[in-house]
Write a protein that binds this ligand. Structure first.
Ligand SMILES: N[C@@H](CCC(=O)N[C@@H](CS)C(=O)NCC(=O)O)C(=O)O
Length: 202
């Protein structure tokens, strides 16, 4: 059975959310998040990161890759357009945009405000990271104008990847009233029963 190392409010929520959407059996190994003050890979999981997934002898710790693996192995065509299709290209683009483009400046905000101890964050650096994070949100805001989801008319796993990024953006004060389409989109995602179940795993 799939085993997921999980701590609330970390990227492991993405994987719980996906497992719930697909109705797959899984076991949760709950770990306490350790703020990586000096070094990353500080988590009490086999690969030092959250999420970490074990499935037989497969061990992974990159949320986008884990999402693709679970869909390929257990998805039975759900939550993703068919490989090679035009929609698949958009799906892959958004799935990776969520972690590789939209998240990094948010990660700098987290690092400056939550992980570094002992000194006040540099205000200029912090504002620069926030402003760079907004450039990613601007792209998304335009993409969601007139659309309920990122790819076609249906919810896909790309929305799961992006949903976590947007929750983080909101918590960090970057996603605000400047983004009405993103606001409505996030509401839509957060009202899904599978999302609710994922965040209830405390
Ligand atoms: N790109 C990776 C990032 C994983 C990551 O950095 N996870 C955070 C928690 S959300 C973590 O474990 N940070 C603490 C550490 O590196 O010790 C992913 O999408 O899974």
């Amino acid at each position: 059975m799939i085993k997921l190392y999980h701590a609330p409010r970390t990227r492991s929520v993405r994987i719980l959310w996906l497992l719930e959407e697909l109705g797959l059996p899984y076991a949760v190994e709950r770990v306490e998040f350790r703020p990586p003050e000096k070094h990353f890979f500080a988590q009490a999981t086999p690969l030092g990161k959250l999420p970490t997934l074990e499935d037989g002898d497969v061990v992974m710790c990159e949320s986008g890759a884990i999402v693709e693996y679970i869909l390929e192995r257990y998805g039975e065509g759900r939550l993703a357009p068919p490989p090679g299709s035009r929609e698949r290209a958009a799906f892959l683009q958004w799935l990776h945009f969520a972690e590789s483009t939209a998240f990094p400046p948010l990660g700098i905000v987290v690092w400056l405000t939550r992980y570094r101890s002992g000194s006040e964050p540099d205000a200029e650096l912090l504002e620069d990271a926030r402003s760079r994070a907004r450039t990613g949100l601007d792209v998304l805001e335009r993409a969601l104008d007139g659309h309920d989801y990122l790819v076609g008319a249906d919810f896909t796993a790309a929305d799961i990847m992006m949903g976590f990024t947007l929750v983080a953006a909101r918590v960090l004060g970057v996603l605000d009233e400047r983004y009405p389409h993103l606001d409505a989109y996030l509401e839509r995602l957060q009202s899904r029963p599978a999302f609710q179940k994922a965040i209830a795993v405390a």
